[in-house]
Design a protein around this ligand. Sequence first.
Ligand code: NAD
Length: 301
Amino acid sequence: MTIRFDGQVAIVTGAGGGLGREHALALAARGAKVVVNDLGGARDGSGGSATAAEAMVAEIEAAGGEAMANAASVTDAAAVEAMVAEIMAGWGRIDILVNNAGILRDKSFAKMDLADFQLVMDVHLMGAVHCTKAVWEIMRTQNYGRIVMTTSSSGLFGNFGQANYGAAKMALVGLMQTLAIEGAKNDIRVNALAPTAHTRMTEDLQGLPLEALGPDLVTPGLLHLVSRDAPTRAILAAGAGGFERAYVTLTQGDFAIGPDAAEQVAARFDAISDRTNEIVPEMGAAQGMIELTKAKAALSS
Ligand SMILES: NC(=O)c1ccc[n+]([C@@H]2O[C@H](COP(=O)([O-])OP(=O)(O)OC[C@H]3O[C@@H](n4cnc5c(N)ncnc54)[C@H](O)[C@@H]3O)[C@@H](O)[C@H]2O)c1
């Protein structure tokens, strides 16, 4: 069935270029009213101008869609709240939030300033927190919401020179895990998208066939994650037309107790690491339950 967003309102942060631009165009083309948020700054987060967001709105309108420009920085909680108030005054609801705005301040950890670490956390993590917090009560009241966190393979798996970026991107997965649980009873579904795309963010990457990595090839995954039939708590990886899922898993493990427990852990590290029958816990408490079950079995035998 064709995925449509008629009558829905979507916010896409960082929608002035790159992936956000493709997401915004596709949502508008499929009937959503789209709020194009973009600070309009440089790749490292410096500067800012409303031009990027306004140009996108003009493009969406020229194609027959409806859009609203917003140049707030997602790091500014008050400006984000003002954006949400303006949307509610104009369009009366918010169905979809795509947390996509992002910057880079790459350096090896040895050379990285704390200020560069902090700014990257502020934009990616706190930016998503500000936007999500501002729409959360609205979505709860509507009993409907779809939220996507833009994570990254750098956070999920690591990447040299991106300690700040990777930490922020994995923090977004943690935010998703809990918000998906808390949002479930009000049909708020929260997912994470890990894209690979040729944008200004990746233009210096060596060895990648950038022409095969159009950002438009990621957007179909985003559209599913914000649709009525969206999953929740999924980490969807996407690039060059390929789609995969990433999971945070738990092995069945082993049991070690007593004065030489450390040595037992060392001796049985292979068994602890064995991925046979590993699970994807539905919530954090599952870990404790598995551990207590093992302890009970070991102590009663
Ligand atoms: N391109 C990739 O391969 C890739 C890989 C993994 C994750 N990502 C993530 O995808 C998202 C989009 O990145 P992109 O590749 O399209 O890069 P991009 O630089 O083209 O897009 C990011 C956009 O965010 C905007 N922005 C930056 N700071 C902002 C702020 N404080 N408030 C509002 N807007 C702000 C920028 O102006 C820019 O338009 C980012 O979160 C990025 O980390 C991209």
